[in-house]
Design a protein around this ligand. Structure first.
Ligand code: GRF
Length: 201
């Protein structure tokens, strides 16, 4: 009896949506390092910003969903914009907004955030300044799952960055971002998706 081997070849590239608010240098790294392991299908911002322009230049689909007084309505619109590509992973890369229930109901477990400190130290929008003001000798970066809190979700990966004497906020942040750009790409390459959740080795 002939044995028939069935080989299923699937498109294994994970679909990624990136959320940005500003410069988008993490986004640039994510875009520049797309290989067969992931591809960016949409970039969504809460305002017109260089990150959106970067995405447009790269021929990636974009959407801008400006913040509204009604945060629930905004969360729903943001979720709808992202859902248009049904991504496996949502990356908040310099997205300066807290994601609420309307978004997390759909994307919790597959949304991750890059943060420029070693959480739980220095959560919030001023992590680099706060670390410098505190006088720590080592800070770094964290990628974590997004939950409804401010930088409180389960930690996925962390890398240290030494604070140097006389560092300005901009100098320290740039050294942290250099590490973040490598870290996020490595995580996206190695991520696996199971039952709508993203997992990391
Ligand atoms: C990064 O430090 C990220 O951790 C934080 O915002 C910064 C984004 O930088 N949430 P850029 O806009 O990608 O250059």
């Amino acid at each position: 009896m002939a044995v028939v081997k069935l080989i299923v070849v699937s498109d294994s590239a994970k679909s990624v949506a990136v959320l940005v608010s500003g410069t988008g240098t993490l986004l640039r790294s994510i875009l520049d390092n797309q290989k067969d392991r992931y591809r960016v299908d949409i970039v969504v911002a809460d305002q017109i910003c260089p990150g959106i322009q970067r995405a447009k230049n790269a021929g990636i689909r974009t959407a801008v969903v400006p913040m509204e007084t009604n945060r629930n309505a905004w969360n729903d619109k943001l979720a709808a914009a992202v859902a248009a590509v049904n991504p496996d992973i949502v990356v908040s890369a310099g997205f300066m907004r807290i994601l609420g229930p309307g978004f997390l109901e759909q994307f919790e477990g597959r949304t991750i955030n890059a943060h420029p400190s070693l959480l739980p130290a220095f959560p919030g929008a001023h992590a680099v300044r706060d670390a410098l003001d505190y006088g720590v000798k080592v800070t770094g970066c964290t990628v974590h799952y997004v939950d409804a809190g401010m930088d409180t979700g389960k930690i996925i990966a962390q890398r240290p960055v030494a604070v140097e004497a006389g560092d300005t906020k901009a100098e320290l942040h740039e050294r942290i971002k250099k590490v973040e750009r490598e870290q996020i790409v490595e995580l996206l390459h190695n991520a696996t998706v199971e039952n709508g959740k993203v997992l990391f080795p």
